[in-house]
Design a protein around this ligand. Structure first.
Ligand code: GAR
Length: 205
């Protein structure tokens, strides 16, 4: 199983979905830039290791250095951002290149950044949704690994749409993270396909 850390800033409902639907990975650390994040309480109650540190007062570089140390100490292989509302420095991205994923509440490349639901409604979009993507230096710009679409309803406001998209997030993120961490051999086992029998070959000598 791949060792995964989840970074949160608040409620942590996506983190909970990732923990509860873990397959092919193990959540070994829940970390937050907000020591008062509600999700941390849930994680501690579940007996999960947590790390929390505010960058306030110590600065971004020192904060990220300590976060990085905690991740390495926990022997983390993949970092899953789940409602982590802080920009990650280019340095940090480089140190974890290709091993950080994020969930974003829009159908990327549409609506990068904040207020995605209000923007989708204002544009008159028929569909909204969520995307899981690889994190790069470009905000919400890395390769999309998977998406879910939900209908925008006539009476939707940003809040009702956000709730519908959030349910879709909880189903999408664990599925995509499992696929992301699984090696081809894991995937073959998972789907129950049998590997071709290898023929016994007479050994030399
Ligand atoms: C989720 O909707 C997530 O997609 C979004 O914040 C919410 C966090 O909820 N993330 C972003 O907007 C990232 N820019 P949660 O804490 O309950 O998972």
């Amino acid at each position: 199983n791949q060792r995964v850390a989840i970074l949160i800033s608040g409620r942590g409902s996506n983190m909970m979905a990732l923990v509860e639907q873990a397959r092919g990975y193990e959540v070994v650390l829940v970390a937050s830039d907000k020591p008062e994040a509600a999700g941390l309480v849930w994680a501690r109650e579940r007996g999960l290791a947590t790390f929390s540190l505010s960058p306030k007062g110590i600065g971004k570089a020192a904060y990220e250095a300590q976060l990085d140390a905690a991740l390495r100490k926990a022997e983390v292989g993949t970092i899953a951002l789940a409602g982590y509302m802080r920009l990650i420095s280019d340095d940090f991205v480089a140190r974890w290149r290709g091993r950080i994923v994020n969930i974003h509440p829009s159908l990327l490349p549409l609506y990068k950044g904040l207020d995605t639901h209000a923007r989708a409604i204002a544009a008159g979009d028929e569909h909204a949704g969520c995307s899981v993507h690889v994190v790069t230096e470009e905000l919400d710009g890395g390769a999309v690994l998977g998406q879910s679409r939900v209908a925008v309803l006539q009476d939707d406001d940003a809040e009702t749409l956000a709730a519908r998209v959030l349910s879709a997030e909880h189903a999408l993120y664990p599925r995509i993270l499992s696929e992301f961490v699984m090696t081809p051999i894991d995937r073959i086992r998972e789907t129950g396909l049998s590997l071709p029998e290898t023929e016994e070959r007479p050994s030399d000598g």
